[in-house]
Design a protein around this ligand. Structure first.
Ligand SMILES: CC(=O)N[C@H]1[C@@H](OP(=O)(O)OP(=O)(O)OC[C@H]2O[C@@H](n3ccc(=O)[nH]c3=O)[C@H](O)[C@@H]2O)O[C@H](CO)[C@@H](O)[C@@H]1O[C@H](C)C(=O)N[C@@H](C)C(=O)N[C@H](CCC(=O)O)C(=O)O
Ligand SMILES: Nc1ncnc2c1ncn2[C@@H]1O[C@H](COP(=O)(O)OP(=O)(O)OP(=O)(O)O)[C@@H](O)[C@H]1O
Ligand SMILES: N[C@H](CCC[C@H](N)C(=O)O)C(=O)O
Ligand SMILES: [Mg+2]
Length: 544
């Protein structure tokens, strides 16, 4: 087999789709937006070296702002188009103002930044950045969302926007919502981890939730192309970094909360607060909350008008007569006011019953007839890389799944166990540059709930893969694990070892990468797809 060429990691987001008809908005309008969000800082605060305060263009161009017309906005200097506002944001690695000259050379007509950015621009040698107005904000990342909404004509108000947040199940729930909306006759849009859809067009997603500038442009493109209803995953990073501010949600689902992303959030409380902020009534009309865990129950207590769901109640929506099969589930959903909805869900496992209830509850709440919602959900062809079966004629079950949190690994292995008479063999790694606290917990879950656990690499990114594996193993050795635990850093070899180990009636479960198409290590992405690797391993076994 030819080895695919690795590609260099691009850390900036790829250019987002923009409306074909560019919007037009004066800088004076944007100043008004900024003034409404926060008071304008004193000009003296951004006087740079070699310039007097009056040299800074936040000040000097104020009278002529109406003459500067903005046609778009970007936070990424690589994606600047002529007529753009360049949002030069302070970041964890660099300051966007460092790229202001490139942005203005690329056609940016104004810059939005903070005092530090304005200081840097003022200190630059005479040249392009000094030739455009600089809007200064105390928090330009926060202000980017309302500014972008103003530039693109507030597109989320022009369509029915649904949001999904929570640790696990966002992508699945979003796919279920989209299927229900399409069954109800809507032309739909979808924004999430696997892909972005604008009506019939499908694009690869760079992020689960794009930055506000890209998101507002994307929603405006959807409106322009006749999309009437859109569903988006709202990650906790997005909420903490203001990507989803200034959006109008017709409704949103909270799936669940468990440990993840504690590299980014300081604590579970902080992580919960980010997720909970989506349900502020000022931005979300209908709250649908999974109450199977304590975080969901806390959120529901804060929102007495919320619609709740849990596979086993008490909740507004619960499931009855659930019949689990290897490829799907039959159930009766019981909702408020005696509603009864029979569903055939083409996704296996109790966790997908929870996802189905969340989607159904929101669809019904926004007026989709229950039978129509059920028909849409029933027509979903599955979710790529989530409990996805790979079949090459082998006498055992082979699955690829995206479980990459302790709770998801636990749920996954508990779901697979009753599906097979034989052993469960899991292949699993943990991502680099992500929550380290997850690693021993994921190792422990694999070692207690599987019969054979093969620990391997999963996007080591900038970290030493051996160190990540050692941290997973620490969770295994801390308890008397029942599984046979092996370590094989090469993921393809680990998958092949799992397949070689499997006998009739066993299950091979490859977890953590799901739909992903690359393995990222040391700044390089090498094409890698678990489904392809698993199929290749299964085929070579068949040939033996
Ligand atoms: C932790 C996090 O979310 N970081 C985001 C943050 O990065 P940062 O603060 O490090 O930014 P930086 O690299 O210092 O750059 C500062 C500014 O300079 C700009 N820049 C930088 C370089 C350049 O050449 N030109 C340029 O214009 C950048 O666009 C940025 O605006 O701001 C950047 C854009 O402003 C984001 O691209 C970046 O997402 C990074 C790449 C990322 O990996 N985010 C992940 C963790 C994420 O958001 N994940 C969630 C899903 C999580 C889940 O599973 O639930 C998601 O929604 O995708
Ligand atoms: N309701 C749920 N409860 C627990 N685990 C779940 C649930 N739904 C899905 N999972 C597990 O989580 C994995 C990821 O599911 P999904 O992609 O729908 O979640 P996500 O929240 O979008 O994840 P990400 O934040 O990484 O995009 C699945 O492959 C499955 O193992
Ligand atoms: N949205 C998640 C996906 C993780 C997938 C897993 N394969 C990994 O690389 O850790 C994240 O970026 O944390
Ligand atoms: Mg997702």
């Amino acid at each position: 087999m030819a080895v695919p060429a690795p590609t260099k990691v691009v850390t900036v987001t790829s250019p987002a789709p923009r409306p074909a008809a560019p919007p037009a908005c004066s800088l004076a309008d944007l100043r008004a937006v900024l003034a409404a969000v926060a008071p304008v800082p004193e000009p003296a605060a951004f006087a740079g070296a070699g310039h007097s305060p009056s040299d800074t263009h936040a000040d000097t161009h104020a009278d002529t702002d109406t003459d500067v017309i903005v046609h778009g906005v970007t936070h990424d200097s690589h994606a600047v188009r002529p007529g753009d506002l360049h949002a030069a944001l302070p970041g964890a690695h660099t300051h966007g103002a460092a790229f202001a000259a490139a942005a203005v050379a690329g056609g940016a007509v104004a810059v939005l930044t903070d005092a530090e950015g304005a200081r840097r621009i003022a200190a630059m040698p005479p040249g392009p950045p000094g030739e455009v107005p600089v809007l200064v904000s105390d928090d330009p990342r926060r202000d980017l969302a309302p500014v972008a909404a103003r530039i693109y004509g507030d597109p989320s108000a022009a369509l029915r926007l649904l949001g999904v947040t929570g640790t696990n199940g966002k992508t699945t729930t979003a796919f279920l919502l989209d299927a229900g909306l399409r069954a109800a006759g809507h032309t739909t849009g979808l924004i999430g981890t696997i892909e972005t859809r604008i009506a019939d067009e499908r694009l690869a997603s760079a992020r689960t939730t794009p930055e506000a500038s890209d998101l507002q442009a994307l929603l405006a493109t959807m409106v322009e192309r006749g999309v009437g209803a859109a569903t988006m995953e709202v990650s906790s990073h997005a909420l903490a970094l203001h990507r989803a501010d200034a959006l109008h949600f017709a409704g949103a689902v909270f799936t669940n909360l468990s440990q993840d992303h504690l590299d980014f959030h300081s604590s579970m409380e902080d992580y919960f607060a980010a997720k909970a902020s989506l349900f502020d009534p000022a931005r979300t009309a209908v709250a649908v909350i999974g109450v199977a865990d304590r975080w969901g129950r806390r959120l529901a207590e804060r929102h007495p008008g919320a619609i709740t769901f849990a596979v086993e109640g008490p909740a507004d929506w619960t499931a009855r007569d659930v019949s689990y099969g290897p490829t799907g589930t039959l159930l009766r959903a019981e909702g408020p006011d005696g509603l009864r909805v029979d569903l055939s869900v083409p996704l296996p496992g109790a966790f997908n019953v929870a996802n189905t209830l969340g989607a159904l509850a929101l669809l019904v709440a926004i007026g989709v007839p229950p039978a129509t919602a059920a028909a849409g959900i029933g027509s979903l062809p599955g979710v790529p890389g989530r409990m996805e079966r790979v079949d090459a004629g082998q006498p055992f079950l082979a699955l690829v799944d995206f479980a990459h949190t302790p709770d998801a690994v636990t749920t996954l292995l508990e779901t697979v166990r009753p599906l097979v008479k034989g052993r469960v063999i899991v292949v699993l790694g943990c991502g680099g540059d992500r929550d380290r606290g997850k690693r021993p917990l994921m190792g422990a879950a694999a070692a207690t709930l599987a019969d054979v656990a093969i620990l391997t690499n999963d996007n080591p990114r900038s970290e030493d893969p051996a160190e990540i594996l050692a941290q997973m193993l620490a969770g295994v050795t801390a308890l008397s694990a029942s599984a046979t635990v092996l370590v094989e850093p090469d993921r393809a070899a680990a998958i092949a070892a799992a397949v070689a180990e499997a006998g009739p009636q066993d299950a091979v479960v490859v977890a953590g990468k799901g739909h992903e198409s690359g393995q990222e290590q040391a700044g390089v992405v090498t094409p890698f797809d678990d489904r392809v690797a698993l199929r290749a391993a299964l085929s070579s076994v068949e040939r033996r």
